[in-house]
Design a protein around this ligand. Sequence first.
Ligand code: ACO
Length: 328
Amino acid sequence: MKFRSIGIVGYGKYVPEKVLTNADLEKMVETNDEWIVSRTGIRERHIAAPEQATSDLAYEAAVRALKTAGLAAEDVELIIVATVTPDTTFPSTACILQEKLGAKKAAAFDLSAACSGFVYSMATANGFLQTGMYNNALIIGADTLSRITDYTDRNTCVLFGDGAGAVVLGEVPEGRGFLSFDLGAEGAGGPLLKLEGGGSRLPASEETVKGGKHFIYMNGREVFKFAVRVMGTATEEVLRKAGKSKEDIDLFVPHQANIRIIHSAMQRLELPEEKCVINVDKYANTSAASIPLALVEAAEEGRMKEGDTVLLVGFGGGLTWGASVLVW
Ligand code: ACO
């Protein structure tokens, strides 16, 4: 069976208005701009307004993506929202979004793979579209990490921000679109990065609230080591599957968690700065929104031309990783 070629035919992004700078954080916890910039590369991040939930951020990005794709909401066939901060446990954020958009025909579900969620979601939709089960898909990476961040914990509160990025996938000419995906998981590392409270193992209670179990817990040093390792191995594997070499990469779009992790991946690929998208300084780590925010920003700035080879790679809670090579 010959599969159809699937690629990105529309894109959009959204970040909330409010900006939280390193100087603001200096007033909240014992930290300083020099520490945050030198250890992470982050200068500021955007924070959702109290009335904004993940579906609201996703909606803004989705509307923009549909517009650039020239696709009406009522013609969308599949919606996947990658998130670890859904509006509610259920209904899914994708269903809430389906209603907001008026995308009545679309199947809709959430996908949970933390910061790797956007690449996981594109891979999932690619399968549906290649076989002809659906003709288009709206994929959104959206997270409101500020809602699960402990702003008294300096180890984590400086790292995260809120945002959403969206793409529309559809059929593209042969030789264009996705060439390969590499997805993976290391469940054994799950305890390094987690939110324990509120699930079926540890339902919400007075104790879970008092114990801070509804906030992100992270072993930063161990996650850092995992990140550097898998950014390297996933990149090599996804290039091999695509039949490409590191010299073929025109644009590298890594997960924006920490500038030092990005630099180590660039060194391994021997990539110059101009071939790498870096916006961690403005948005910090936005989890599932991170890769699409970087990709969409690059597209809006005209950094990709038709036929360019683009490599996306990310890692996150699970632990998980996801990478893709595509021809723009
Ligand atoms: N300001 C000042 N000092 C701080 C701060 C801060 N904000 N945070 C930590 N420190 C201190 C620590 O307390 C420690 O002090 P000590 O030596 O007296 O104990 C010191 O700085 C060094 O701490 P380290 O943890 O060794 O710092 P490191 O250089 O490893 O950087 C960081 C920490 C930035 C968290 C890094 O480990 C990292 O980026 N890890 C990966 C995180 C990540 O990518 N997570 C992604 C997943 S997110 C998701 O999936 C939702």
